[in-house]
Design a protein around this ligand. Structure first.
Ligand code: VGL
Ligand code: ZN
Length: 194
């Protein structure tokens, strides 16, 4: 299916941060290969003057999701650290909108909508449809996409620009299926109209 990008579309790049990539504290294996595709999507949106939004996991040093605090994860994406920085190979435009999430010590937030101002940003940009890529498929991508659909946005999942952590082998696949069942549309780069 051909998808034509129109005003009201935005690209949302979810948590492409050093700690989730090769050598990071919470490495998602295989995530490096999505960088090329993410950069192609960025270039396409940029040339059409459509907004690019980059979300980031942005935790305090004693965040409740860290193993030392009884959570699931090794310490990662501590606000201001190298691990929390966007990966150097990601070519974010200078005017990309940055949204920080999970910034409060006592709450985990996989959805980029949780207490981040993302909804207000989308409203101010008059966005109707979100093209979602990034990591991890079954955590932040899934939760953000489900929230977006519930808020009434159309969502396109960039199938060639997401990567799952797959703690269980099918976690990523199931998350994609669930997003589609909730109304998201899967797409690949080649489906974007030239
Ligand atoms: C994420 C695990 C912990 C994500 C964030 O961005 O998907 N996953 N914190
Ligand atoms: Zn996190």
């Amino acid at each position: 299916m051909t998808i034509r990008l129109v005003p009201g579309d935005a690209l949302m790049i979810i948590d492409v941060q050093n700690d989730f990539l090769l050598g990071g504290n919470l490495e998602i294996r295989g995530a490096d290969v999505i960088m090329t595709l993410l950069n192609r999507y960025i270039a396409r949106f940029q040339i059409l003057h459509l907004p690019v939004i980059a979300t980031r996991d942005w935790h305090p040093p004693d965040h409740c999701s860290f193993i030392d605090q009884g959570g699931l994860w090794p310490p990662h994406c501590v606000a201001g650290s190298i691990g929390a920085a966007f990966h150097a190979h990601l070519t974010l435009p200078a005017d990309a909108h940055i949204v920080s999430k999970a910034t409060a010590r006592e709450t985990e937030a996989y959805s980029a909508f949780a207490g981040s101002g993302l909804f207000e940003l989308l409203q101010s940009l008059h966005i109707c449809r979100i093209f979602a890529g990034g990591i991890a498929t079954e955590y932040c991508v899934h939760n953000t996409v489900i929230d977006a659909l519930q808020l009434g946005y159309s969502v396109v999942i960039l199938q060639d620009a997401i990567q799952a952590l797959n703690r269980q082998p099918n976690d990523g696949r199931q998350a994609v299926q669930d997003m589609i069942e909730h109304g998201a549309q899967p797409a690949h780069f080649c489906e974007l109209a030239a």
